[in-house]
Write a protein that binds this ligand. Structure first.
Ligand code: NOJ
Ligand code: CA
Length: 531
């Protein structure tokens, strides 16, 4: 028997864009509550990860927090949050929330106090450093938003570190009092019943205390699968993150989760959000005794080239890298990166559904991918996010009427981001009425996955197949499935090791050879092995 998070399909909700309950054009907690029946019943996911809803000036859309233990009024109240947890749990849905340990907003009272004087009792809650001779910043580190990570604070004569926007000063996890304060934050939400945390940029919470310069990266090429400022890639980010002290800080968080899991009988988890990195660094977050995070989001998969060989290599690499007892996971989109249907073309979306939901491990599905949504196209001068990530954060189209039923605003109001006609054409309402829609494919796959021992816990074994195809077996003693995916533009013929019949499709004739249409896939149930 596996733990809940190993069986679960996690659904990422971007709260601003999911559902607006009060007509101000911004999604909110009551909006999410109103869609729980969709999530639990219509779609059939097991857990939600709800992005940050804490009070924030929204410079980084909630990743710039001013109070870790409250709810921003644009999203609702603490009562709404409690109601969300209760209503989700009543439907068997777990709730994972963001923990943002690396930085706060510069308007957080902690930072206001830290900044007030060099001898402030909270000075060391943030990373402050003296200028180099000539007043230069303490190191050459560059930020994802462009420019230096250091901001000079005139009144106190020191620089503060901000790995992201200058209004997001980095916290100093070397301070025991800061760590204690952050563990109190974790306790606060555990006491309200949350099932886990997605830990934002976990790899960044400890930096080189000597502030050594990062080496230059002369061959810098911007990464098309990520949205970062070109400055960011001009150096190798070796000293501004990944300092080994962070594993000890992570262990403190995990110990607290274990304490709650034991005491309440409800297993609470930690998911690490770390940038793509070599597998041996990536697995280190699991802890030497699997006492770190439960898993680390697999962004290497997002960055895998979208062809059969690339995906096969990426799957095999994760399988090979995981230590004994560790559990794989797969991610294909999120709120920071171009959507999969934009990255890999709209024809990739159905195949991506089959892939994500049939591999060994926990899938995380980004809201809107179940509709095959592509990015919004917003001209640069209208970007609200400095990195243009608004384009991957478009409102969910629930119906085909005005604003996609995302909000209930008066006729002259509009949502915080536009809902284009092509989104209305892909609305939940319209796709539910079309048996061949991608949403109905997701629904069938999710329903099947729940009852399939091979998909929930079977082994993964790649199968020989034509070059444009990706084929693998998922098997337990009671069930063997072959998943046949054709990434090519022509039909392909794939053989399976024993006779079997296609599932979730009309033709159930047992055979050993299957024709898989271009950009499509099949799940084949093999007949039991004759001893
Ligand atoms: C990762 C989050 O996913 C992203 O949206 C945010 O801008 C950075 N971390 C900083 O918190
Ligand atoms: Ca609202």
């Amino acid at each position: 028997m596996r733990n809940w998070w190993q069986q679960a399909v996690i659904y990422q909700i971007y709260p601003r864009s999911f559902a607006d309950s009060n007509g101000d054009g911004i999604g909110d907690l009551r909006g999410i509550i109103g869609k729980l029946d969709y999530l639990a019943g219509t779609l059939g996911v097991d857990a939600i990860w709800c992005g940050p809803v804490y009070p924030s000036p929204q410079v980084d859309f909630g990743y710039d927090i001013t109070d870790h233990t409250a709810i921003d009024p644009i999203f609702g109240t603490l009562d709404d949050f409690d109601a969300l947890v209760t209503a989700a749990h009543a439907r068997g849905i777990r709730v994972i929330i963001d923990l943002v340990p690396n930085h706060t907003s510069d308007r957080h009272p902690w930072f206001v106090e830290s900044r007030s004087a060099p001898d402030s009792p909270k000075r060391d809650w943030y990373v402050w450093a003296d200028p180099l001779p000539g007043g230069l910043p303490p190191s050459n580190w560059t930020s994802e938003q462009g420019g230096s990570t250091w901001e000079f604070d005139e009144p106190t004569g020191q620089y503060y570190l901000h790995s992201f926007h200058r209004t997001q000063p980095d916290l100093n996890w070397r301070s025991p009092r800061l760590r204690a304060a952050m563990l109190d934050v974790v306790r606060f939400w555990l006491d309200r019943g949350v099932d886990g945390f997605r830990i934002d940029v976990l790899h960044m919470i400890a930096k080189d205390p000597e502030l050594t310069d990062n080496p230059p990266r002369p061959d810098a090429t911007p990464n098309p699968a990520d949205l970062q400022h070109p400055d960011y890639d001009t150096q190798w980010h070796v000293h501004d993150r990944m300092h080994p002290d962070l594993y000890g800080y992570l262990a403190e968080i995990r110990d607290l989760l274990e304490e709650y899991s034991r005491r309440t009988g409800q297993e609470r988890i930690a998911i690490g959000e770390v940038e793509p990195m070599p597998w041996d660094s990536w697995t280190r977050f699991l802890g030497s005794e699997l006492d770190g995070v439960h898993f680390t989001f697999n962004f290497n998969f997002i960055e895998s080239p979208w062809h059969a060989a690339g995906l096969r290599a990426s799957i095999g690499a994760q399988e090979a890298a995981l230590p004994r007892g560790a559990w794989p996971n797969y991610v294909l989109s999120n709120h920071d990166r171009p959507r999969l249907a934009t990255r890999n073309g709209p024809r990739s979306a159905r195949l991506a559904a089959l892939l994500l939901l049939t591999l060994r491990g926990t899938p995380t599905l980004y809201n809107g991918d179940e509709l095959g949504l592509e990015d919004l196209e917003i001209p640069r001068e209208e970007w609200l996010d400095p990195l243009g990530r608004d384009q991957v954060r478009g409102p969910m189209p629930w119906t085909s009427s005005r604003n996609g039923g995302f909000d209930s605003s008066p006729a002259d109001a509009s949502p915080w981001l536009p809902v284009p006609t092509r989104y209305l054409e892909r609305s939940v309402e319209r796709q539910l009425a079309d048996p061949g829609s991608i949403l109905n494919l997701y629904r069938r796959l999710l329903a099947f996955r729940r009852t399939s021992p091979a998909l929930l816990r079977g082994e993964y074994r790649p199968l020989d197949c034509p070059p444009d195809c990706l084929a693998y077996l998922r098997s337990t003693p009671e069930q063997t499935l072959a998943v046949l995916l054709n990434l090519g533009a022509e039909n392909a013929t794939v053989d399976v090791p024993r006779p079997g019949h296609a599932l979730l499709s009309g033709d159930r004739t047992p055979r050993r050879r299957f024709v898989v249409a271009a950009h499509e896939g099949l799940i084949v149930q093999l007949e039991p092995e004759v001893p």
